[in-house]
Design a protein around this ligand. Structure first.
Ligand code: SAH
Length: 471
């Protein structure tokens, strides 16, 4: 370990900055934010430093550096354009054992600035020991994206409860209590900005924990849209809840790559559904969700696409509400959006389609009862979910009700997944093409002039496009 990470309490501490250009200004901003009493020594100052002086944040001494500037400093930063000055300041400060940072001169430094993820009071400092600052910044961006914006609010809330919790719960149970708080509804409420409710819930959870000592938390259900298959299309919120779940109920549409993002030690329960074969009936799923939550578990109901688009999400939360089980619904990218994007088919287009319809295309005892005359009209895009078995009926009815046989139509098989196949044709020829290639579920049928734009816009090419597609 070349450097030991420490957090420096600079509030009110005398800090010297030598140099007052834009590079110095960046460091000045940081030490000012940490509450330091900053003195800047430089013959001339850039506009930002002058503004900080005018705002009373720093004192400017307009002359060259002198050795006695170092007297009584808790930290010295040197950022002039003159390497020999930087070296002199660094040498003298280091000789006096004053922590020294020389900007862009790692070899002179005794302390270095990390990349900072600031969710005060929570802070993450990243360092590559000066070897690859760009990598540090990249990591920072990734962490920024991973961490809830209101993480700091949660830490502050917890701080307000620290003494109360310490008085009422002894170790090692105290640690367990806090783990439950930070991974449960209190955290979720804080992240959503419902701080009053989070505080009430935390107080309630504390009472409950003390009462039970065993500490079973109140269970809840997360109804999460897993998107059409590509795990990169998951929302941050979905991934966070997937990482918290104790038990996961998932169905057939959830891709293995998405399922892979679930917490490793969560229990996985397959409640698969395929056309005509409901492995577990919907009522049974609804009741299982209630049952697991009542046992105190965080239950993840993971669905393909979006839970509220042909996902029966509404029925599932109705049962939860009936039983007073807390729940959250997290939207996902629905198959229409995913397939269309990955096939280069804009669902609406100023010249070709002013509306788009999502239609359930599965046959009910061999038939489909839809307003065909309406659907056959131009200037709209039709997206049929569950339309593979009824594809001949759909295409045939549209033509019978006035749609031109040459209207573009596509079947997208396994959209957004590595083995996605696009079948692009028209109402008259699509069914035969798709049957010949033996396309299998899940597939999405898209009808409308926008499909014709595919050839122009399909930038996405799955790495190995199997034979049979794109004919
Ligand atoms: N809630 C889901 C839809 C469930 S209905 C959503 O919002 O996407 C199931 C139908 O969705 C399938 O029959 C198929 O038509 C479509 N579908 C889901 N994922 C798909 C995918 N990756 N590629 C093509 N179609 C898909």
């Amino acid at each position: 370990m070349e450097y030991l990470p420490l957090f420096h309490k600079l509030d009110g501490q005398p800090v010297l900055v030598v140099g007052a250009g834009p590079v110095a200004a960046r460091k000045i901003r940081l030490v000012v934010a940490a509450g330091a009493a900053v003195t800047v020594v430089a013959p001339a100052a850039c506009a930002e430093v002058q503004a900080a002086v005018a705002a009373g944040q720093v004192t400017l001494v307009e002359r060259c550096y002198q050795p006695n500037d170092l007297d009584g400093r808790a930290l010295v930063i040197v950022a002039t354009n003159f390497p020999e000055v930087n070296r002199q300041v660094a040498g003298e400060a280091t000789a006096r054992l004053i922590p020294l940072n020389a900007v862009d001169a790692k070899e002179l430094c005794t302390v270095i600035f990390p990349s900072i993820v600031d969710r005060s009071p929570v802070q993450i400092a990243i360092s590559t020991a000066g070897t690859a600052p760009v990598l540090a910044r990249l990591l920072r961006t990734q962490l920024e994206a991973l961490l809830p914006a209101r993480l700091g609010a949660l830490a502050s809330l917890a701080n307000g409860f620290r003494e109360r919790v310490a008085e009422r719960i002894a170790e090692p149970l105290r640690k367990k209590f806090w783990e439950q708080v930070f991974a449960g509804p209190v955290a979720e409420q804080s992240y959503q900005g419902n701080l009053d409710s989070a505080e009430r819930q935390l107080a309630g959870q504390l009472d409950q924990f003390v009462e039970q000592q065993a500490g079973a938390p109140q269970g809840e259900v997360y109804l999460v849209g897993g998107g059409p298959g590509d795990p990169d299309l998951l929302t941050f919120k979905a991934v966070r809840l997937m990482q918290q779940a104790d038990i996961v109920l998932y169905d057939r549409l959830v891709s293995p790559a998405v399922l892979d993002k679930v917490r490793r030690d969560a229990e996985l329960v397959y409640v698969g559904k395929r056309a005509g074969d409901h492995a577990v009936s919907q009522e049974n799923i609804n009741l299982k969700l209630v049952e697991f939550a009542q046992q105190g578990m965080r239950v993840l109901r993971l669905k393909g696409g979006d839970p509220f688009i042909f996902g029966r999400g509404g029925e599932e939360i109705a049962t939860l509400a009936e039983h007073n089980i807390p729940f959250q619904v997290v939207p996902g990218i629905t198959a229409a959006a995913g397939c269309a994007s990955y096939a280069g088919i804009p669902l609406t287009h100023r010249d070709h389609a002013q509306s788009v319809r999502f239609i359930a295309g599965h046959l009910m005892s061999g038939e489909l009862d839809l307003d065909w005359a309406e659907l056959a009209k131009p200037h709209q895009t039709l997206v049929f979910y569950m339309g593979l078995s009824g594809m001949e009926t759909i295409c045939g009815q549209l033509i019978a009700h006035g749609a031109p046989a040459g209207r573009p139509a596509a079947i997208i098989e396994k959209g957004t997944q590595p083995d996605q196949r696009n079948f692009i044709a028209d109402l008259a020829t699509l069914p035969a093409m798709v049957r010949a290639a033996n396309a299998g579920a899940p597939t999405l049928l898209i009808v409308g002039d926008v499909v014709g734009l595919h050839h122009q816009l399909n930038w996405y090419r799955p790495s190995a496009e199997p034979a049979g597609a794109e004919q």
